[in-house]
Design a protein around this ligand. Structure first.
Ligand code: URA
Length: 208
């Protein structure tokens, strides 16, 4: 797929809307592109839209999204903040899989050029792969998330360069397995430290 002519997010969104190469499109109500501030330098990649996302057209608006927002707030990040302290959120595929099943390797592959173009346009300084499907989609691996958590990886974004990249558990998994929240908390601390180091957190007001 040649996406070299695409230079803006609006063009990318239009290209995805017009795309007929992902079988998920037929059963979904609408395309789910992204949420948050595109000028923020932290990009989160989730798995796929669910029922509520399919209704609303935004990623992570259901229960998983509420937990994700709460976790981000704990380290001073929010999708409703512009610039520093903000995050931008998208998914590996842009349409809801039937019955919320995991997207197949073929579905992920069909959408991957758009995901890479999205990253190229947003130029993140940090990428967070939220859940095992995002890890598979971004890194093109069959290995589980456990192989990649707890350390900073580098992902080479085409036409941008190497970007520090972190894997963490999907909030839907944390809702099913609350004991894993301890590990997710450790991931969040790594994210907070890196964001601070790169000047991506709002400057704290210093006490007089
Ligand atoms: N889960 C995801 O991975 N993405 C969404 O947009 C919603 C739930």
């Amino acid at each position: 797929m040649d996406l070299t002519h695409i230079t803006t997010r609006a063009q990318l969104q239009a290209a995805i809307e017009a795309f007929e190469g992902c079988t998920l499109k037929a059963s979904a109500k609408r395309m789910v592109f992204a949420d948050g501030d595109p000028n923020s330098r932290i990009v989160l990649i989730g798995e796929a839209p669910g029922a509520q996302e399919d209704e609303v057209g935004k990623p992570f608006v259901g229960r998983s999204g509420q937990l994700l927002d709460k976790m981000l707030a704990d380290i001073g990040l929010s999708r409703t903040t512009a610039g520093k302290g903000g995050v931008y959120i998208t998914n590996t595929v842009f349409w809801r899989p039937p019955d919320n099943r995991t997207p197949t390797a073929a579905e992920i592959l069909s959408c991957r050029p758009f995901l890479l173009k999205h990253l190229e346009l947003v130029q993140p300084k940090i990428i967070v792969m939220v859940g095992g499907t995002a890890v598979k989609a971004v890194l093109q691996t069959k290995e589980g998330i456990g192989q990649f958590r707890n350390r900073w990886l580098e992902f080479d974004v085409p036409n941008v360069g190497k970007v520090p990249t972190l894997a963490t558990f999907h909030p839907a998994y944390l809702l099913r397995n609350p004991p894993a929240k301890k590990d997710a908390w450790a991931d969040l601390q790594m994210l907070r430290e890196k964001a601070e180091e790169l000047g991506l957190l709002p400057t704290q007001a210093t006490a007089a």
